[in-house]
Design a protein around this ligand. Structure first.
Ligand code: PEP
Length: 251
């Protein structure tokens, strides 16, 4: 059985004080030993304080990106070694906003996945098609390319630990969510691709989230689907009450 995982992606929002008080607010309400993994991915500046605030609870924090090198002349970048040193457990890799606006490529995604495993970070690897690609029936070939190139060189054991976030780009931040049926179909395709790359057992172990305008009102439909094991949520993860409702729906 795959353990569901609900992850918030705050993007470039909140102040330090708001970030810490969010964790203090939700941590007592997420029951210890909860049936769902609860993750809040926040701006790097807040991660240490948020991680400290979450101690002793079942709430985990994550970074929204990182570099693949441990250190060096990479002005402004986030080091995987530094994340690991602060015991930050999760990192989002290859979010479509990073791919579109910050030159993230399948090759850098692949290097970052390897870097994540070198530092025992759990990667949440994003993939998904544009509206144009969807309308020209390219969804499968697009996600196949992203998954095959992203996972290149990962062992079976590593592959099984990757969290894949299937996020159709046209559904992110637009209010136009995919139907649960369509999202499940593409998540099932991703699982099939993983079974071809590895084997059925490995593919069955990988947790696949849906992301794209998920909110408390629609998460139930996604969570009921065979191949959807949780959600990566932007806008609706910013308010503690809404985020807790999403976590509850994931349990
Ligand atoms: C995201 O940021 O990954 C996302 C899915 O955003 P939203 O939930 O706002 O569509």
């Amino acid at each position: 059985m795959r353990k569901p995982i609900i992850a918030g992606n705050w993007k470039m929002n909140k102040t330090h004080e708001e970030a810490v008080s969010f964790i203090e607010d939700i941590k007592e309400k997420v029951p210890a030993g909860s049936k769902v993994d609860t993750v809040v991915c926040a701006p790097a500046l807040f991660l240490k304080s948020m991680n400290d605030a979450s101690e002793g609870s079942d709430v985990a924090v994550g970074a929204q990106t990182m570099h693949f090198e441990d250190n060096g002349a990479f002005t402004g970048e986030i080091s995987p070694e530094a994340l690991a040193d602060l015991s930050i457990p999760y990192v989002i890799i290859g979010h479509s906003e990073r791919r579109e606006m910050f030159n993230e490529t399948d090759d850098s995604v692949n290097k970052k996945l390897h870097a994540a495993f070198n530092h025992k970070l759990v990667p949440i690897m994003c993939c998904g098609e544009t509206l144009e690609e969807r309308e020209s029936d390219k969804t499968e070939s697009v996600v196949r390319g992203q998954v095959e190139k992203g996972f290149a060189g990962l062992s079976k054991e590593q592959a099984a630990q990757v969290v894949v976030a299937y996020e159709p780009i046209w559904a992110i931040g637009t209010g136009k969510s995919s139907t649960a049926k369509d999202a499940n179909e593409t998540c099932g395709t991703i699982r099939r691709i993983l079974s071809e790359l590895y084997d059925q057992e490995t593919a069955e172990a990988v947790r696949i989230q849906y992301g794209g305008s998920v909110k408390p009102e629609n998460i139930g439909g996604y969570m009921a689907m065979e191949h959807i094991d949780g959600a990566l949520v932007g806008g609706a993860s910013l308010k503690p009450d809404a985020f807790l409702q999403l976590v509850e729906a994931g349990s």
